[in-house]
Design a protein around this ligand. Structure first.
Ligand code: AVJ
Ligand code: FE
Length: 441
């Protein structure tokens, strides 16, 4: 979307809207009981996500951009405001039923495609380079990832299928990569669809550190489990230990021990644990405890972004680890092309300038940082996207998962969640400081 003329931009936006909707349809192509049932108190019924997708689209593209009147009565409209009712209470609300929800989102979309053909794309800041449409594409894709997590939480037979992810093509990678000290540019002023919390671009001086070449694997994490890591308070953040005691967590979500072998439930089927895939469905406390056990730590958000974007030759920050081109199937496991992370070493073409692999896709990566605005942050276009979440105990996740669409992630993208959450497609990689001897070199 950077340097396109208006005609091409319109085509691109329409194509992205249609692609997002195809995915939404796939995720909601279930019978009415499945659609309206709540599969976990952590999640909305799928029918809420569906109508909420249409409602956000109506709010921004029909009411705001095109000046149209609301399509739903106020009493129904407000049910789709995420801040009115928590997820756990949503199934009890007088929501639109399955059929009317589908009709509503289709009706909104038809009108939006009409608006997109006519509206001047440079008339207002909100429309600059198609931002409002890009924001709505990303919003739909974000809820699609949320609905994908709901599918993973369902019990019963799988409703989704996809080909297996690629196997590792590069083995024997060095375990860690040195990221040299010095300033780099974090965040962005130019990325056309960047959300407010990714802005502004600013220099950050990051001392030298080592970062894992790949995300932590099931094999490595299982060693922690089998070494009794869940029973040793030494490795845990105090709040994490309290949570672990209270809940009895003993392994990542969806893991099962059968005798001496481990299996994992993946979208309705039970599979052997794949040693070389990144661990997924761990919360921040589990990631933090593993890192301490391994004599390491989680990277800060600054460190993660420097490892992903910094090009030591030009000194500039890239849009993606591999360069400025949009993600393709060779670069990263994104876009729900597969329903699980790929083995580490499966995406050599997606490595960063410094040689760090699989920063984008596969699993969201927990960082040690809490979620806040960068210096110079300005809420835009609405405070409820980011600002209302600042200053709480949310931790930042980076890089996107196999369930994140390429249109909704980039190396500046910031996700966040509570440190106890693990129904998201979350994993991590570790980092460490240089030893005194390494510092002297
Ligand atoms: C950025 C993924 C934390 O899904 O809760 C969706 C995105 N904001 N609707 C979320 C979002 C409003 C948000 N995350
Ligand atoms: Fe939303």
């Amino acid at each position: 979307p950077a340097e396109m003329d208006d005609e091409r931009l319109r085509e691109r936006l329409a194509a992205d809207l249609i692609r997002a909707r195809d995915r939404t349809k796939q995720l909601t192509d279930v019978d009415d009981t499945e659609l309206t049932h709540q599969h976990s108190p952590l999640m909305s019924p799928l029918v809420w996500d569906l109508a909420h997708i249409g409602n956000q689209e109506e709010l921004w593209l029909l009411r705001d951009v095109a000046g149209r009147d609301p399509l739903l009565p106020e009493t129904v409209d407000q049910l789709y405001d995420a801040f009115q009712y928590p997820r756990k209470d949503r199934p009890k609300l007088p929501l639109l039923e399955a059929g009317p929800s589908r009709q509503y989102v289709d009706g909104v979309r038809n009108k939006v495609l009409d608006v997109l053909e006519r509206i001047p794309l440079n008339g207002r800041p909100l429309l600059n380079r198609g931002f409002a449409f890009g924001m709505i594409v990303q919003h739909e894709q974000q809820h699609d990832e949320t609905m994908l997590a709901t599918h993973q939480l369902r019990t019963g037979e799988a409703l989704l299928s996809a080909p297996r992810p690629p196997r590792a093509s590069t083995k024997n990678l060095p375990p860690e990569v040195l990221v040299p000290g010095g300033p780099f540019t974090m965040g962005t002023d130019v990325e056309p669809w960047a959300l407010d919390n990714e802005r502004p671009a600013h220099a950050v001086d990051v001392p030298a550190f080592f970062i894992d070449t790949t995300p932590v694997t099931n094999r490595a994490y299982r060693d922690f489990v089998e070494a009794g890591g869940y029973d040793d308070a030494r490795w845990w953040h105090p709040a994490g230990w309290a949570y672990r005691q209270q809940t009895g967590l003993s392994a990542p979500q969806f893991w099962n021990r059968e005798g001496s072998t481990w299996t994992r439930r993946v979208f309705g089927s039970t599979e052997p644990l794949h040693d070389d895939q990144p661990v997924v469905h761990v919360n921040w406390y589990e990631a933090d405890a593993y890192a301490r056990w391994a004599g390491r730590r989680l990277p800060t958000e600054e460190e993660w972004e420097k490892a992903a974007r910094f090009d030591p030759v030009s000194g500039r920050s890239r849009r993606f680890p591999w360069g400025d081109e949009e993600p393709s199937a060779e670069h990263a496991n994104l876009g729900q092309r597969h329903l699980e992370p790929a083995e580490v070493g499966a995406y050599p073409a997606g490595r960063s300038a410094l040689g760090v692999h699989q920063l984008m896709g596969d699993v969201w990566e927990w960082t040690s940082s809490t979620f806040n605005g960068y210096d110079g942050f300005r809420a835009w276009p609405y405070r409820e996207y980011s600002e209302v979440f600042f200053g709480h105990d949310h931790r930042v996740l980076r890089g996107g998962s196999f369930g994140s669409d390429p249109s909704a992630v980039r190396a500046t993208f910031r996700n966040w969640d509570y440190p106890i959450r693990r129904q998201i497609f979350s994993g991590f990689r570790c980092a460490r400081d240089l030893t005194p001897a390494e510092r002297d070199v």
